[in-house]
Design a protein around this ligand. Structure first.
Ligand code: HEM
Length: 486
């Protein structure tokens, strides 16, 4: 694990000489800095630091031979995200259209155009976005909490007795899909299929991901048919009945974007947040003292480890010049080249006047984007992450990292900042045994009808929203501090 970017720096000083003309350590034949490979994954902030010295935007490689412009300055990122001179329409990507980037390149599934709100501009985006905003706005936060609690309890029960777990594979990875299945109103028999298709769609192996995507689209088609016959109080029904009058194809793409946009960053946010709580003394001690909540810690993650690290692809409508307001340095952005916002670099821009003491309560980071395509699910995502972590802390209060935090590895690749695994140990615990307080949740997923292996376990300890339990945390905090090597 790297040191926290804005507290202790990246651990690697810029090389001597003019940084603008120094390739990063993992430079290619083109000489461009790269956003992939083990070295970048291990310490992306070393790359961001070098790039910053050269201005607010820079040519980079996203994958071998795939060129883009990366915006690292906070003000410049806001300018691009809010500007009408940049489009989301990926059909403007010249190198892809001309076959210079092969269609099976690893970044194409993420960046290639699809008929969803994500790639839409103007009126079309407004229409599609309205349906998503309105549907998400109808989600009852209390019911959402119950969905997360049920899913969390079910997953924790599977490993609580083992005394050890990998919280990425066994918890943070599967929990968003389980919550989405309930939000979408999946009938009982379809929940497991949806969770499995989601997980396959996110597989690192392109063939598996492609098959998973096809499976998910087929499944969502079935779900739409079911909801037309039997509407419910769920996202699928609200989207179907929205005045935007979505076609079936648009419906499927809206649902795929909700899942795709939601699951991967959600997984990263939950696992990085848990890691920070376990590994970073500032949180362990502050939580013990009661001055910081789990939500505060999660907000700090958004500043320091933005789950979507380099994202928000856009294309200049015409050739564009981006100007660094402070230095006057200009970066030429040709039309047809993907422009990515480095949410990670922008949030840690040294010119920002946000000191570490203010971060937890300050939500002006760009982790959820900005402008017309800013994340519509900020509140929903916050509830999911917060409740998921609270459940872990409640059920496994003596949980500790099984390895030194510096040994944790991060997923390679340009787009996400996500741990590959989060091994923890804890005293083996019993499975939960009391009933959840909200009995109304069973409408779409009746635990009694589910096979016993997938039956959600009831919830044990209700606590006020956002609060971290104080007494058990002392023991947990002690474990964190006493571990050698931290
Ligand atoms: C419940 C979970 C989530 C859902 C359903 C969700 C959904 C979405 C959707 C539909 C969009 C596209 C909006 C548009 O194009 O108008 C979006 C954008 C975005 N989301 Fe989320 N999201 C979730 C969680 C997160 C999390 C945890 C993060 C990171 C902390 C995040 C960061 C972003 C960002 C940066 C964008 C802007 C992308 C762009 O401009 O290309 N989202 N999200």
């Amino acid at each position: 694990m790297t040191s926290l970017p804005t507290d202790t720096g990246t651990g690697s000083a810029p090389p001597p000489g003019c940084p603008a003309h120094q390739p990063t350590r993992e430079a290619t034949a083109s000489g461009l800095p790269v956003l992939y490979g083990a070295e970048f994954a291990a310490d992306p902030h070393a790359t961001y630091d070098r790039l910053r010295a050269d201005g607010v935007a820079h040519r980079v490689e996203l994958a071998p031979g795939v060129e883009a412009v990366l915006v690292t300055g906070y003000d410049a990122a806001l300018e691009v995200l809010r500007s009408p001179y940049f489009s989301k329409d990926a059909r403007r990507w010249t190198a892809l259209a001309e076959g210079k980037v092969p269609a099976d390149n690893q970044v194409v599934p993420m960046m290639g155009w699809r008929p969803s709100l994500w790639f839409a501009d103007g009126e079309r985006h407004l229409r599609l976005r309205a349906s998503v905003d309105d549907a998400l706005g109808r989600v009852n936060p209390h019911q959402l909490r119950t969905y997360v609690q049920r899913s969390a309890a079910q997953l924790i029960d599977r490993f609580a007795g083992d005394g050890e777990a990998d919280l990425v594979a066994q918890y943070a990875d599967p929990i968003p899909a389980l919550v989405f299945a309930q939000l979408f109103g999946c009938p009982d028999g379809l929940t497991a299929r949806m969770a499995s298709a989601c997980s396959r769609m996110m597989d690192a192996e392109p063939a598996v991901a492609h098959a998973g995507g096809g499976e998910l689209a087929m499944f969502l088609g079935e779900l739409i048919g079911v909801k037309r016959q039997k509407p419910g109080a769920d996202l699928t029904t609200w989207l179907l009945n929205h005045p935007s009058a979505l076609t079936d194809e648009e419906m499927i793409h809206q649902l795929v974007v909700l899942i795709g946009a939601g699951t991967v960053p959600q997984t990263a946010w939950i696992s990085t947040g848990t890691m920070m709580l376990l590994a970073d003394e500032r949180f362990a001690s502050d939580l013990t003292g009661g001055s910081l909540t789990v939500a505060d810690a999660l907000n700090e993650v958004l500043w320091l480890h933005s789950p979507l690290s380099n994202f928000s692809f856009v294309y200049a409508v015409h050739d564009h010049t981006l100007r660094d307001q402070r230095t006057g340095a200009e970066t030429h952005i040709p039309a047809g080249v993907p422009v990515l916002i480095s949410h990670a670099a922008a949030n840690t821009d040294p010119t920002l006047d946000v000191d570490s003491g203010q971060r937890a309560a300050n939500t002006s980071h760009l982790a959820f984007g900005a402008g017309p395509h800013a994340c519509p699910a900020r509140d929903t995502a916050g509830v999911i992450a917060e409740v998921a972590i609270e459940m872990l802390l409640d059920r496994l209060p003596d949980m500790a990292l099984a390895v030194n935090a510096t040994e944790l590895a991060w997923r390679p690749g340009p787009f996400h900042r996500a741990l590959t695994a989060l091994p923890v140990t804890f005293a083996p615990a019993r499975t939960s045994s009391t009933e959840p307080s909200d009995a109304s949740v069973g409408e779409s997923w009746n635990p009694a009808d589910a096979p016993s292996s997938t039956r959600p376990a009831p919830i044990s300890t209700p606590r006020p929203p956002g609060s971290a339990p104080k007494a058990p945390r002392r023991w947990w905090s002690f474990l964190v501090r006493s571990r050698p090597g931290r």
